[in-house]
Design a protein around this ligand. Sequence first.
Ligand SMILES: [Zn+2]
Length: 284
Amino acid sequence: MLLAVCCFLAGCGLRTFLQLEAVRIDDGLEVWLGGGGNSVGVLHGRQAFLSDVKFADFGMRLRHDLEDTLRLKVSRVMLTHAHQDHAGSLALYPEVGAVLVHPNAKKRLLAQGERAPFVEVDGEIRLFLGEEEVRVLNLGSGHTDGDLVAYLPKRKWVVAGDLVNEDLEPRADQAYGGDVLVLAHTVQRILELDFTHLVPGHGQVMPRSKVEHFGDYLKQLEAGIRAEVTKGSDEDTAVRAVQLQGFDDIKTAFYVPSREGTTRAMFQSVKKETEMNSSKKETP
Ligand SMILES: [Zn+2]
């Protein structure tokens, strides 16, 4: 039974989720794929800027790589959002100078008992780290209600957290204030940036074309659902009607919904938005 469950989970992406692989891009950039959420280090002098700290043993291995192997001091951390697999190992950096977070992520982390020199990013903070400029941006949320991205304009890279996951359905975690319609719009704002590569929350580094494909999927899904809501279709009818072609490469995993799950979530968000707009119009 246990083996069957493990095989099932492995088939649904558990192996990718748990396997930790360090990839050195060049002297100034290293990516740690897997072991929970992906992490990105901007290395400058004897210091590092780190986006997402992982959790449990993976977080300890990441800190070991940075501090013991590379002999760098992590001076600044950015958290793409408050989920444990991205933010759980924050306590391993007690001397960090600043932890950049979305205001809503800060609230959640404080409620979870995390204490750190949090710096809220409401709009944008620009950091100049050696040769590298890092823009920490609040472009909108959707995976949770407190998502940030980092943009490295010189090398045209984006660090997107779980707003984008390679080849996977979008995950809007409602328990953390996520909403798939909001996520769809945030992905369009990410695509407004001039980038060639994107580090997703989970999976391999993606070329821009893959992110555009994911953006097209969300756009078409929203448009299809909006048409059904306008017609007055109920949820089941809308799910049957909106069967998108050309996106079979975007799959489910144990931590993201099925295509049907995404479609239902989109229906509920669009319907809610439509009802709110019509009640606003009715209010004198
Ligand atoms: Zn997440």
